[in-house]
Design a binder for this molecule. Structure first.
Ligand code: SIN
Length: 285
């Protein structure tokens, strides 16, 4: 197995590994490389059936769709017979969408609106357009570490409300919210700065996709402070931009990383990927 860093802030590429065949020592090495790379691994040339994708994902922990349901509006996009696999795609066959189109086309950390949000997300590229459809990843560790000590100290005492209802606004109406999505389990409070339970590194944990407001602040104060944090967090120097190749498997850590799908391929070609998502412990300050 060969590991190569992809950008100063985050990300490592791994070649020469077949994730369907890694033993426990190999998996421990991959997991260590993942944490060492700030929570982003690019595993090249993985030929995975849905069952193999699920089996590898379960090694990171229990999955949304299996151990716990995701929000209702995701259901039409789950792979029939495999509720742990979420389909991301602009393909439509006989009028039926083959996955969620424009999924994640805004900065977010997966499922941050749950008390136990996403830990690892594993996205496998099955069909790609001839150009476009990149995914941006920003390190929320480096974003936090670059703040002044005074702002870090202020943020460490704060909490934010995360609410799936915000996705409707942040996705320009692309995320359709079902009635059952707003029943309370898709809204919760998290610390604004979390400590990674495995590395001890601190990270900013707010995102434009799902964070509604800062607890205890007026609407204007909350909006102003959150906008400042987003502007500081999405700086290019904290970023890795992934240009997909067929059969890439990306594994990112939602406790460390915020991501954004670039939807610039409408009318250019079809994009079809499978995502599995593991469930984290409740984030702690
Ligand atoms: C997602 O947010 O999981 C989708 C990312 C992508 O399609 O690149």
């Amino acid at each position: 197995m060969e590991i190569r860093r992809l950008s100063p802030a985050l990300g490592s590429e791994v070649v020469g590994v077949d994730v369907t065949r890694v033993d426990d020592a190999g998996f421990a090495a991959l997991r260590a490389a993942w944490l060492d790379a700030g929570g982003l691994l690019v595993l090249r040339d993985q030929r995975l059936s849905p069952e193999q994708h699920l089996a590898f994902s379960r090694r990171f922990g229990p999955l949304f769709g299996e151990a716990e349901q995701l929000q209702r509006s995701v259901e039409p996009y789950l792979l029939p017979g495999h509720p742990g696999v979420y389909r991301v795609s602009n393909k439509v066959r006989d009028g039926v969408p083959q996955g969620r189109a424009r999924a994640g086309a805004y900065w977010h950390s997966d499922v941050s609106f749950r008390e136990r949000p996403a830990m690892a997300s594993l996205l496998h590229a099955i069909e790609l357009p001839p150009r476009g459809g990149d995914t941006l990843f920003n390190s929320m560790h480096t974003a936090y570490e670059a703040l002044s000590p005074a702002l870090q100290a202020l943020l460490r005492g704060l909490h934010a409300v995360h609410d799936f209802a915000v996705a409707d606004r942040s996705s320009w109406g692309q995320v359709r919210i079902s009635d059952g999505d707003l029943d309370g389990e898709n809204r919760c409070l998290h610390p604004v700065v979390i400590t990674h339970p495995e590395t001890g590194r601190k990270a900013l944990f707010v995102n434009p996709g799902f964070t509604s407001h800062l607890d205890g602040f007026s609407a204007e104060e909350s909006k102003g402070l959150l906008q400042l944090l987003y502007r500081l967090a999405i700086r290019e120097e904290f970023q890795y931009r992934h240009v997909w190749s067929p059969r890439d498997l990306l594994v990112w850590d939602n406790r460390s990383v915020m991501h954004h799908a670039v939807v610039d391929y409408e009318g250019v070609g079809e994009r079809y990927l499978h995502r599995t998502t593991t469930i984290a412990a409740r984030p702690a300050a």
